[in-house]
Design a protein around this ligand. Structure first.
Ligand SMILES: NC(=O)c1ccc[n+]([C@@H]2O[C@H](COP(=O)([O-])OP(=O)(O)OC[C@H]3O[C@@H](n4cnc5c(N)ncnc54)[C@H](OP(=O)(O)O)[C@@H]3O)[C@@H](O)[C@H]2O)c1
Length: 181
């Protein structure tokens, strides 16, 4: 038996426009839903407990404060389950193409300009199978164009988050070298 939690709601907005109700509406399907599935199944011998998380929880996203928190909860729940000896894989997905909440022409264009292309479901599912085979607990799966993503992600301020990623370091070092000559 396996559990796949994929419920989620988007309700993006700047902080000023947030209310307790709006934040609760985003947290409910992820935090309460995943917690209930965890509690109700923790005595079962599951082959997988998959949580559909988002890159927003791992690296942030414009207007996605509540959605980021909801997904970070899923990532933490996976870590907690694994520490308890239970199956758990939380995948922080980048945008999917063809169907789902990220299929929106303007949004896809904005993400692509920022270096994030939408993945075909076939590719994403292949990555998920690989993660399950390797018993990964928390991973991010996204189709990034590092040459575009890194400058856009660090445009406002530098981020230590990318320091240990070889692809990002290459782009940052090339930019620094370019800037000093
Ligand atoms: N698509 C992407 O690019 C992407 C990227 C990163 C992460 N994710 C994550 O992947 C998951 C699936 O995304 P998607 O694109 O398939 O989203 P979607 O098309 O918007 O579907 C979300 C699903 O969640 C269900 N849902 C919402 N609130 C619920 C609740 N309280 N209880 C039970 N079900 C609830 C909805 O059911 P109803 O239709 O009945 O309301 C809907 O079937 C989500 O958790 C999302 O955060 C998606």
């Amino acid at each position: 038996h396996a559990v796949v939690h994929a419920a989620g709601v988007l309700d993006d907005g700047v902080l000023d426009s947030m209310s307790v109700e709006r934040v609760a509406g985003v947290l409910r399907p992820k935090v309460d839903g995943a917690r209930h599935l965890h509690e109700l199944t923790q005595d079962l011998d599951l082959s997988a407990f998959v949580l559909f998380s988002s890159l927003a929880g791992a690296i942030g996203g414009a207007g996605q404060g509540s959605y980021a928190a909801a997904n970070a909860y899923l990532d933490a729940l996976a870590q907690q389950r694994r520490a308890q000896g239970l199956a758990a894989t939380s995948v922080a997905w980048g945008p999917w193409a063809e169907a789902g909440m990220a299929v929106d022409g303007a949004l896809e264009d904005r993400l692509r300009r920022g270096g994030m292309a939408a993945m075909t479901p076939e590719l994403a599912v292949k990555a998920l199978q690989q993660a399950l085979d390797l018993q990964e607990t928390h991973l991010a799966v996204a189709d990034l164009d590092w040459e575009r993503f890194v400058p856009s992600y660090t445009a406002v301020r530098a981020s230590r988050l990318l320091d240990e990623m070889p692809e990002a370091r290459r782009v940052l070092e090339a930019a620094t070298a370019g800037g000093t000559t």
